[in-house]
Ligand binder design. Structure first.
Ligand code: PLP
Length: 467
C-alpha cells in the first residue's frame, strides 16, 4: 500500500496530518547500502540481509522512503506494544531530556523511583522491587544471579522451546538452536521438555506427565537432586518458539513443585508481559505469581532500551541487608524510566490492555475462520494479541510445512508467504512453520481485518504445499 498519493492514503483512513511522510528513494537506497557495508546485523547471514529503510512510523504502521506503508503485525520484535510514536511517550522523553538526560545508578532520580513504585502497583501479588536493566537478556542474567545467591544452589531448569536472550548466560538458558554456536558457555543448566500439546514430546497420554507439569519436573529433580536446583525459568507463554500458552493447570503445578523443594520460579515475561496476552501480565491468567518476574519490550515499547527484574517481598527482605554483586552503568536510565512511566500511564488511561483482550479476541476469531478455509493451518493458538498460526503439510499427520530449524530451500514455503505478505503491505514475523500474529495492542478491528485479508490471500501459497 502506498501513501505517496495523499488522496488514496486518506481514503484508507491514514492520517497524514499526524505524520510527515518523506518520499526520498535515493536516501532510502543510500541508507540500505550503508547498512549492508557498515552495520553487522543480528541473527543474520550478513550477505543475505536486505533491510527496509524505515522513514517513519505511526500507530500500527511504518513506511519506507518509497512511500510504501506496512501494517506492523509483528510489533517489530514483539515489543512495540503501544504502537509507534505514541505522543505521550514522546513528550515524556523530551521533557526528561530537558530536565535530566542522564544520571548514574548510585543516585536517586524521579523517573526511576516513580517507575519502581508503578511496577509494584501493576505487577501481581507481592512483586515489589525492581532491578533495572537495558534489555530482557540482562534481566534474565540478573534473575539467575540472584536465584543462585539467595538459594545457595547452582542449577537452573530451563525448557527446550525457549528464548531468554543473547548474552552469555541467557543464551545458554535458551533451548532453541540459537544456543548451539554459543556452547558450552555457562554451566548448571538442566533441560526440561515443553507442554506443547499439539506436538507433545511424550505422546500426550492422559494424564500427560509433561503437559501437566509436575511429574516431568519431579522426575528431573529426582535425578538432579532438588537441593542443587536454584530456579526453574519459563516463558509464561512461549514466544518465538511457536507462541505456546501453557495448558490449564500447568503453571500452578510447576509453582507447587518449586514451593515444595525451595526452588525459585522465574517467569520470563519479556515478550508476554505488559498487556500482550490481554492481561497486564500473562501469569495472571493462571493466577501464578513468580518469585522473580523479568520484563523488557512492552514496558515502554522500546522507545528507549529498558528491562527489569522484579522480585517478591521475600527476596526483597533477603537482599535488604546484603551486598548485591551486579550493576550496569545505564541501569534505570532517566529517559528510559520516564518513557516507561508515560507508557504505563497511557495503558491505564487509554484502556490498552482491555483493547488487547477485545480486539485480540476478534483477531483470534478471524484466524480461526482462516483455518476453516486453509488446509495448511494445523493449529491457531494464543490469547490477547499473541497468536501463533502453525502451518502443516497435512492436518492428519501434522507434518510441519517447514521442518524444525529449517533454513534455505527447506524454509521456502513460509519465506514465500512472508514475502508475498510484505508486498501486500503486511509485515509478519515467522519462525520455522509458525506465523506469529502479534500486532501492537492498540490495534483496531479495521486494522485487524486489513491484516487478515492479506493473510487470507497469502495463505494460498502455503496451501500449495499441502499433500
Ligand atoms: N526473553 C524473551 C521471552 C524474549 O522474547 C526476548 C527477546 O526476544 C528476550 C528474553 C531477550 O530480550 P532482549 O532482546 O531485550 O535482550
Amino acid at each position: 500500500m502506498r501513501c505517496r498519493d495523499d488522496d488514496s492514503a486518506r481514503a484508507d483512513g491514514y492520517d497524514l496530518a499526524m505524520a510527515t511522510v518523506e518520499v526520498n528513494p535515493n536516501l532510502g537506497a543510500q541508507i540500505v547500502e550503508d547498512a549492508k557495508e557498515y552495520v553487522l546485523y543480528s541473527w543474520s547471514t550478513q550477505d543475505a540481509i536486505n533491510p527496509i529503510a524505515v522513514a517513519g512510523a505511526e500507530g500500527r504502521y511504518f513506511w519506507d522512503y518509497e512511500g510504501t506503508r506496512y501494517l506492523d503485525f509483528a510489533s517489530q520484535l514483539v515489543n512495540v506494544n503501544i504502537g509507534h510514536q505514541h505522543p505521550k511517550i514522546i513528550a515524556a522523553i523530551k521533557e526528561q531530556a530537558d530536565r535530566l538526560c542522564t544520571i548514574g545508578p548510585p543516585m536517586a532520580s524521579e523517573s526511576r523511583s516513580r517507575l519502581g513504585r508503578l511496577l509494584e502497583e501493576v505487577t501481581p501479588g507481592d512483586l515489589c522491587m525492581s532491578f533495572f536493566t537495558n534489555s530482557g537478556t540482562e534481566a534474565n542474567e540478573n534473575a539467575i544471579k540472584l536465584a543462585r545467591l539467595a538459594t545457595g544452589r547452582h542449577k537452573i531448569v530451563a525448557r527446550y522451546r525457549s528464548y531468554h536472550g543473547a548474552t552469555h548466560g541467557s543464551i545458554i538458558l535458551t533451548g532453541d538452536p540459537r544456543r548451539w554456536p554459543n556452547e558450552p558457555g555457562m554451566g548448571g543448566v538442566v533441560r526440561m521438555l515443553d507442554p506443547y500439546t499439539y506436538r507433545c514430546p511424550a505422546g500426550h497420554p492422559d494424564p500427560c506427565p509433561v503437559c501437566s507439569g509436575a511429574p516431568h519436573l519431579e522426575e528431573i529433580l529426582e535425578y538432579e537432586g532438588a537441593n542443587t536446583v536454584a530456579a526453574v525459568i519459563l516463558e509464561t507463554v512461549t514466544g518465538t518458539n511457536g507462541v505456546i500458552p501453557p495448558p490449564p493447570g500447568y503453571l500452578q503445578a510447576i509453582r507447587e513443585v518449586c514451593d515444595r523443594h525451595g526452588i525459585l520460579l522465574i517467569l520470563d515475561e519479556v515478550m508476554a508481559g505488559f498487556g500482550r496476552t490481554g492481561r497486564w501480565f500473562a501469569c495472571e491468567t493462571w493466577d501464578v505469581v513468580p518469585d522473580i518476574l523479568t520484563v523488557a519490550k512492552g514496558i515502554n515499547s522500546g522507545y528507549v532500551p529498558l528491562g527489569a527484574m522484579i522480585i517478591r517481598e521475600h527476596l526483597k527482605e533477603w537482599v535488604r541487608g546484603r551486598f548485591f554483586p551486579g550493576g550496569l552503568t545505564y541501569a534505570g536510565h532517566p529517559l528510559a524510566c520516564a518513557s516507561a512511566v508515560a507508557s504505563i500511564e497511557a495503558f491505564q488511561e487509554e484502556g490498552i490492555v482491555e483493547n488487547a483482550a477485545e480486539v485480540g479476541g476478534y483477531l483470534g476469531d478471524g484466524l480461526r475462520a482462516l483455518a476453516a478455509r486453509h488446509p495448511s493451518i494445523g493449529e491457531v493458538r494464543g490469547l490477547g494479541c499473541f497468536w501463533g498460526v502453525e502451518l502443516v503439510k497435512n492436518r492428519e499427520t501434522r507434518e510441519m510445512l517447514v521442518p524444525f530449524n529449517a533454513s534455505g530451500e527447506a524454509a521456502t514455503p513460509v519465506a514465500r508467504l512472508a514475502k508475498a505478505s510484505l508486498e501486500r503491505g503486511l509485515y509478519l514475523m515467522t519462525h520455522w512453520n509458525v506465523i506469529m500474529v502479534v500486532p501492537p495492542l492498540t490495534i483496531t478491528r479495521e486494522e485487524a481485518d486489513e491484516g487478515l485479508a492479506v493473510l487470507d490471500e497469502t495463505l494460498a501459497i502455503a496451501d500449495e504445499y499441502v499433500v
